[in-house]
Design a binder for this molecule. Structure first.
Ligand SMILES: Nc1ncnc2c1ncn2[C@@H]1O[C@H](COP(=O)(O)OP(=O)(O)OP(=O)(O)O)[C@@H](O)[C@H]1O
Ligand SMILES: [Mg+2]
Length: 452
């Protein structure tokens, strides 16, 4: 028998996955921010590497060499002075002419206390290192005067004070390189931002158009931008056209069928009216009426929500109408509405959706409650009743077309089983959905939630 122990490979893979998940959770989600990162991160890494190696190698080396040159000049001067072969004035004059030094020999006195080291100075450290090679006490000031460097060295003839140009000992314009680097990368960044924004705008526009189409809103969309995005845009338009054509065909066919059937039904009803009243004719009349109602329901289902345009609709009024209607049918109904009454929906379709829910509540319950909440981005309408409700296992099934619980319950209400299917279709066409649950009244709660 063997037991599978987690190998170290598995563990490291798990750790890697965990890290990736951690990273993914912290990464920006938008395409714009992500593509900006794709541009910025390599640039920053590259520039940091370049700057580091430049500082490390080039700048430091050059400064070191320059400092070494200055110190060797100082060294030869000291040698000359200490040999006492030439007058001090002559040496100072030569140093000024040849080395660009301002030299003064001060009387022998202790050197001033060392200055604090500047925080960042290649020059100070390079010059100190080189001067210590002379094996004489020295003192330097690289910060006091921005253009000059002052060096004092204790010699046999006195304290030698040398003022020289900073640039003689220091690769002073090297930081220009860094400034240029940062400045050009800022320009590059600006260009990248401008270009990326232009690349991403068409994608956003396409997604907005797709969303509007899904919610049945009118929109104006022309493909723009990069070839691939434009292609996606044209495909979207083509798809939209195909969908619209399919809906149109379906509606046309249905209208034809319903027209034909209605004509026959009307004829039938007329003939029935001619017949003498009796229990037989009454039953037949009922059947005809039911057929008519079913026909209407099928048509409403097949027609779907297509064709209608979304428009700002006064939800409060619409729901109040439903409440009044339910009360007229003898169902005490409470109604609350919170938030802005205006919501952009396809008015007829949305009303049909709610009517179906309220009709169900009326059919199965006695008391009704309608409550609606309009929030920032969502409209939620709850339709509650005090009927038997629907067991949790059946709550998905009842949305299937022609699926009826009533048959199983042996109480024939004569529905077609399409009401909830239609209602969900409409809610989904608005980008939302319907869910069923338990109402505070004890029966079923149907809640419609659509984005506004
Ligand atoms: N409020 C409710 N309380 C209890 N059961 C319900 C409720 N609403 C719907 N149902 C059950 O869900 C089934 C499907 O409902 P749906 O509205 O789709 O069809 P229907 O009401 O039977 O017919 P139609 O609405 O087309 O006239 C119904 O047969 C009914 O048993
Ligand atoms: Mg129904």
């Amino acid at each position: 028998m063997s037991i599978a122990l987690p190998s170290s490979l598995d563990r490291s893979r798990e750790a890697w996955r965990g890290m990736m998940r951690w990273l993914a959770a912290r990464m920006p989600k938008g395409l714009y921010a992500r593509s900006l990162l794709i541009v910025i991160v390599p640039m920053v890494l590259l520039q940091s590497a370049i700057a580091y190696f430049f500082m490390e190698r080039h700048w430091q080396t050059v400064t070191q060499r320059l400092s070494a040159a200055v110190v060797s000049d100082i060294g030869s001067m000291i040698d000359l002075l200490e040999s006492r072969q030439a007058p001090q004035d002559l040496i100072a004059a030569v140093a000024e002419r040849r080395f660009g030094f301002d030299v003064k020999v001060l009387p022998r006195e202790p050197l001033p206390p060392a200055l604090p080291k500047p925080f960042f100075s290649l020059l100070d450290s390079a010059l100190s290192r080189e001067l210590s090679e002379l094996r004489k006490p020295f003192w330097i000031d690289t910060v006091g005067n921005s253009k000059l460097v002052e060096v004092r060295v204790q010699t046999d003839v006195g304290v030698l004070r040398i003022l020289t140009h900073r640039s003689a000992a220091y690769a002073s314009n090297s930081h220009i390189f860094l400034i240029w680097m940062v400045a050009t990368s800022l320009v590059l960044l600006g260009v990248a931002i401008a270009f990326l924004r232009n690349q991403i705008r068409p994608i956003l526009r396409l997604s907005r158009a797709a969303e509007d189409f899904g919610k049945g809103r009118d929109f104006d969309f022309r493909p723009h931008g990069a070839l691939e995005v434009r292609k996606a845009g044209y495909s979207f338009i083509e798809m939209k056209r195909r969908i619209e054509r399919a809906i149109e065909q379906r509606t046309a066919m249905l209208n034809g069928v319903s027209h034909d059937l209605r004509t026959i039904l009307t004829r039938f009803r007329l003939s029935l009216a001619m017949l003498p009243d009796g229990p037989d004719t009454e039953a037949m009349q009922k059947d005809v009426e039911e057929m008519q109602r079913m026909l209407e329901a099928y048509l409403a289902f097949a027609r779907g929500a297509g064709g209608e345009q979304a428009a700002p609709t006064d939800m409060r009024t619409l729901l109040e109408e439903l409440k009044a209607d339910a009360e007229r049918h003898g169902h005490p109904t409470s109604f609350t509405y919170t938030g802005d009454p205006l919501a952009t929906v396809r008015p007829d379709a949305f009303k049909r959706c709610l009517t179906n829910l309220v009709a169900n509540a009326q059919r199965h319950g006695d008391k009704l409650a309608i409550e609606a909440t309009r929030e920032q981005r969502f409209l939620t309408v709850n339709v509650d009743d005090d009927g038997p409700g629907i067991p949790p296992d059946d709550r998905e099934d009842v949305f299937r077309p022609f699926y009826r619980l009533d048959e199983a319950r042996n109480q024939d209400h004569g529905g077609t089983g399409l009401g909830l299917a239609i209602a969900r279709d409409i809610a989904r066409a608005h980008g939302g959905d319907i869910s069923l649950g338990v109402s505070p009244l004890g029966g079923l709660r149907a809640s419609v939630r659509v984005p506004i």
